[in-house]
Design a protein around this ligand. Structure first.
Ligand code: IPE
Ligand code: IPE
Ligand code: MG
Length: 243
């Protein structure tokens, strides 16, 4: 990766990452169990993916389950894992038909083997697709990702494949789960929380952020278009002075 260059105005974000937050509150507001919110949230993903091509968004990355989300009740966690399986079954055909290349990031070791097999299958099914690159983060944590990358890097050093003197800021990203993705230009978080909750820590060093109040199950393609449209008015300086 070359260092990003300052531009007075960017046309639009090529890579948008979304922290899909607020499902639980959305359900609670309706007097329903939290899982009802997660189901509504999962249904939202399709229209956001489908809005990407017209906006010039080539990469969409969504945060579905964090390494910290295991702290939730067993019934919420297993409900979410079932939902991921159902999502893959239900959406695989449409994703392929819409030419969406799906990838998963996060540590698969702790996931149910049946789910991991379905994730592998969906990646293989859509590997040739080119219109949109959808990356779904499941059991993903930025710190965990950097720790796992460092472990592999250290192994390469220990086994003589990598010279420690050659390690620079372009080395580590090659070991991250996101190694084939560009860094996100824009990170959106729904539900009014202004924090990143361990999402894409390394990759978002120079991302623009949008924290919006809408709860994820209410986030429409129109709102997505308006947030993405606002990106073009931002001046990205990357530490330089723009004339
Ligand atoms: C985001 O919604 C989905 C996951 C973290 C799995 P939440 O479940 O965090 O919803 P709130 O924040 O409790 O409303
Ligand atoms: C971040 O949301 C993780 C996902 C959206 C998957 P959380 O709801 O887990 O984050 P915190 O706990 O509010 O920081
Ligand atoms: Mg939340």
């Amino acid at each position: 990766m070359v260092n990003p260059q300052p531009t007075a105005k960017d046309d639009g974000p090529r890579h948008v990452a979304i922290i899909m937050d607020g499902n639980g509150r959305w359900a609670t507001q309706r007097g329903r169990p939290r899982l009802f919110g997660h189901q509504a949230g999962a249904r939202r993903v399709r229209e956001i993916v489908e809005a990407c091509p017209d906006l010039g968004v080539d990469y969409l990355t969504v945060f579905a389950f964090s390494t910290e989300n295991w702290k939730r009740t067993q019934s919420e966690v297993s409900g979410l894992m079932n939902l991921f399986r159902r999502y893959i079954t239900r959406e695989a055909k449409a994703l392929k038909a819409n030419d969406v290349c799906v990838r998963f990031i996060g540590d698969r070791v702790r996931l149910d083997q049946k789910l991991v097999a379905m994730m592998d299958e969906l990646e293989a099914l859509t590997a040739h697709c080119r219109t949109v690159n959808l990356t779904i983060a499941i059991n993903y944590g930025g710190r965990d990702e950097v720790a796992r990358a460092t472990k592999r890097l250290a192994r390469d050093v220990a086994e003589g494949r990598l010279n420690p003197d050659d390690v620079d800021e372009e080395t580590l990203p090659k070991y991250l789960d996101t190694c084939v993705l560009p860094d996100p230009d824009l990170v959106i978080r729904t539900s009014g929380e202004a924090r990143i909750s361990n999402f894409l820590l390394w990759q978002s060093a120079y991302s623009e952020y949008e924290f919006i109040d809408t709860l994820w199950p209410d986030f429409t393609a129109d709102e997505f278009r308006s947030v993405v449209g606002g990106f073009g008015t931002r001046e990205r300086r990357f530490g330089a002075v723009v004339a």
